[in-house]
Unconditional design. Structure first.
Length: 222
């Protein structure tokens, strides 16, 4: 039997005994009923305590269940970098459940107790410094808007320094002294490694035709 059903049954028993005690006139019967009353009260207190512990454990589990926020986008104006975080129903929970903290190069978002779990997003190593005191959040329908105030009014090419390094790493070598054909081959190798089967067949065909032209003394032409 479920503990809530046990508690409900004990409460009914206690109510009935209390009612009988009010009507009882024989002392011996009253003594028996009083003993039974105390017994039920003790058992009821124990069951209620068990239920409270169970509820507390459930709450702790829910509060401790945190998921990472992945659904977001960003944009910018001259003064602000804006991060749009999509969270269905976020506007229906208390505003204090949405916590945002800033440093000059990062921000952290924690949305508590939305759909029985917490949602968190941490962005470190922002591309440029921000003004902590003038950065803020806004809660909209199914969305949290993070407003990072730019320290300098210049355009950001990406959101974080990590993204910038990744982009620079992926750029082909544009050294003016390098052989142009080497730079082209570098680009083609990258496209080949990331392309599908059709793209690989096309590149292979072009490469073979290029080799044939070279063998005949034609200029290298891709």
């Amino acid at each position: 039997m479920d503990i809530n059903e046990l508690i409900s049954g004990l409460e009914s028993d206690l109510k009935e005994i209390t009612s009988l005690l009010e009507q009882c006139e024989q002392q011996r019967v009253r003594d028996v009923l009083t003993q039974e009353q105390k017994k039920i009260e003790k058992e009821l207190a124990q069951k209620r305590q068990q239920q409270a512990k169970k509820d507390s454990a459930t709450d702790a589990t829910l509060k401790g269940y945190t998921v990472k926020i992945n659904n977001y986008g960003w944009d910018q104006s001259d003064k602000f970098v804006k991060i749009y975080i999509t969270l269905k129903g976020v506007h229906t929970i208390p505003a204090e459940n949405v916590e945002v903290s800033f440093t000059d190069r990062s921000f952290n978002v924690l949305v508590k107790d939305l759909d029985k779990k917490n949602h968190q997003m941490t962005v470190n190593n922002l591309l440029c410094p921000i003004v902590v005191a003038e950065s803020s959040k806004k809660i909209k329908t199914d969305m949290v808007l993070i407003m990072c105030k730019k320290k300098a009014t210049k355009k950001w090419d990406c959101l974080t320094q990590v993204e910038k390094l990744a982009k620079e790493k992926d750029k082909p070598n544009m050294d003016g002294n390098a052989d142009p054909s080497e730079g082209l081959m570098s680009v083609l190798q990258k496209i080949y490694s990331e392309g599908d089967d059709e793209m690989k067949r096309t590149i292979n065909k072009a490469w073979c035709e290029s080799r044939e032209k070279k063998a005949k003394g034609d200029d290298f032409d891709f």
